[in-house]
Design a protein around this ligand. Structure first.
Ligand SMILES: CC(=O)[C@@H](O)[C@H](O)COP(=O)(O)O
Length: 269
């Protein structure tokens, strides 16, 4: 549920780095995603040319323009306004990433931009550091979600921020969407298992040898992780002892069959 609108899919996808627009379109379809993010810098805003990335976004998908490339709040707001004028959507994925090496979100400019955009009527989904205090401030500023990073954009390094994301999830009153760095489907499952409302994946799908199949894999992993979360996971046991999962196997020994295993008569696992 984002800004009062329900979605069935908990996987959001990006449109960068695909080898061809056709591969991107087929991958978006395979992902089952309903929300697709597009960098406003890549969009032909006056829609003059043919073969623009937007022409390959399947009909019916919700477009989430992003301010990728913005280095401060003013630039992000300018891009968002251009995007709204061109696409007609008030949704915006806010990204302010002044550091070209890490593409780390600037927390101060991100919060400033969020305040300006909310005041300007946007529905703001901010890409942000995995920082519980910042997440709270963004929520208080009126953002519709928070989107903490799993690891650096495009790094495929997985959920390096797991503990911080658990803290954000525990306190958040808006959906927490883990964005960036999820490299394999099990990363998406892990994010969902710890209570994320959704995940956003781009690079891992786009650069896979078979992007269409990878998109499907992420879709299934996202569902699996969500189900695991809802099912109520048992916590981990101790590192130094097993806990037999088939305690009745000792029963066979009592009937005369040779008892196998650890000799405690309570089964082998
Ligand atoms: C596409 C987008 O909005 C970015 O935040 C980012 O590209 C997503 O991260 P990955 O590319 O690492 O999946």
């Amino acid at each position: 549920m984002i800004a009062g609108r329900p979605y069935r899919s908990r996987l959001l996808v990006g449109t960068g780095k695909f080898a061809a627009h056709e591969v991107m379109r087929d991958s978006l379809l395979a992902s089952g995603a309903e929300i697709v993010t597009v960098a406003l810098r890549r969009v032909d805003l006056d829609r003059a040319g043919e073969g623009d990335v937007l022409d390959f976004v399947p009909p019916g998908m919700t477009l989430l323009p992003n301010t990728s490339g913005a280095v401060d709040a003013a630039e992000a707001l300018r891009l968002a306004r251009l995007g709204r004028a061109a696409t007609g959507t008030g949704l915006v994925k806010l990204e302010v990433t002044p550091d070209p090496r890490t593409l780390a979100p600037d927390p101060i400019e991100t919060l400033r931009a969020a305040e300006l955009m909310v005041a300007d009527g946007f529905t703001v989904l901010p890409y942000c550091s995995a920082d519980p205090v910042l997440a709270r401030r963004l929520e208080e500023a009126g953002c519709a979600t928070v989107m903490p990073l799993g690891s650096w954009i495009g790094s495929n390094r997985g959920l390096r921020t797991r503990d911080a994301i658990e803290a954000i999830v525990a306190a958040a009153g808006v959906p927490v969407i883990v964005d960036a760095g999820l490299g394999v489907p099990s990363d998406a499952a892990e994010a969902m298992e710890i209570g994320a409302a959704a995940v956003l994946v781009n690079t891992a799908i786009a650069v896979a040898a078979d992007p269409v199949r990878m998109a499907r894999a992420f879709a299934l992993a996202t569902v699996a992780g969500r189900l695991g979360h809802l099912a109520g996971q048992a916590g981990p046991g101790t590192a130094t002892a097993a806990s037999a999962s088939s305690p009745l196997t000792g029963f066979l020994g009592a009937l005369g069959a040779p008892a196998k295993g650890n000799g405690n008569g309570r089964g082998t696992g």
